[in-house]
Ligand binder design. Structure first.
Ligand SMILES: *Cc1c(COP(=O)(O)O)cnc(C)c1O
Length: 236
């Protein structure tokens, strides 16, 4: 494809418009849930997005970016070293060494051996790695995440891993036509955190709820999300 100045101008304008619209919707949903929009982190999901466009987003004030593949993360991080990068996709144990120490948050901790591997790598680097525990609320077979019934014992066991800290919970709602249908999923994740709030775990602080994507982030915020992961609503 030829480089076309007018086209790149279009992309910038489009992005600016999309970002303004998403921010306005975040603002509105935050009011519904009696919170400030500033307390909600927008993670711009950049899978399939060109680095030139990601740089434009950064110029517009976005500084949190999410990728679901380690290779893409590694490649894009080089262009935006100042940005905060989030790993949001299923993480293979043998790729852990490529991202620990580089990303600010791993959203997709979904099994015990992954927790051990992250802890081991963080120990080697002399740091404490930050992750969210991914929960499979809808109980869908193909979706990653631990079962709701296992959340408490998992968090209990995290106390053994001194170089890993859990900062909250994450879930992916099933893709449905009407975002209202996802509301119970978000309500349940909020409730799980609430039920655990009077329990004491080591290396665990359940401050963050990462839930909501382009189709349902407003509903997620209304139900307590303080991190949303938005791709297509910004970049297409
Ligand atoms: C792709 C992806 C998103 C963003 O999805 P959009 O519908 O494009 O907003 C959010 N979370 C995860 C885990 C993803 O893989």
């Amino acid at each position: 494809m030829n480089y076309d100045k007018s086209k790149s101008g279009d992309i910038k304008m489009e992005l600016e418009k999309n970002l303004a619209s998403v921010k306005q919707r975040i603002e509105r949903a935050a009011i519904v849930s009696h919170r400030r929009a500033a307390a909600i982190t927008l993670v711009a999901v950049t899978k399939t997005v060109d680095t030139s466009v990601i740089l434009e987003a950064q110029c517009l004030g976005v500084n949190d970016f999410g990728e679901n593949r380690v290779q893409e993360l590694d490649r894009k991080m080089v262009y935006l070293p100042e940005a905060r990068w989030h790993m949001i996709g299923r993480l293979q144990t043998n790729k852990v060494k490529d991202i620990v120490g580089k990303v600010c948050l791993i959203h997709s901790l979904d099994r015990w051996n992954l927790a051990e591997e992250i802890d081991k790598r963080a120990k080697m680097l002399g740091i404490k790695a930050a992750a969210l525990l991914q929960v499979n609320i809808a109980g869908e077979e193909q979706k990653a995440g631990i079962d709701v019934a296992e959340v408490e014992s998992f968090l209990d066991a995290i106390g053994q891993l001194s170089n890993l800290k859990i900062h909250g919970l994450m879930t992916i709602a099933p893709a449905v036509g009407d975002p209202e249908e996802t509301r119970p999923v978000f309500q349940e994740l909020f409730q799980i955190r609430h039920n655990l709030s009077n329990k004491k775990f080591n290396n665990v602080d359940l401050h963050f709820l990462s839930m909501g994507m382009s189709q349902d982030y407003e509903v997620a915020i209304e139900e307590g999300a303080n991190i949303i992961r938005v791709g297509s609503a910004l970049f297409s």
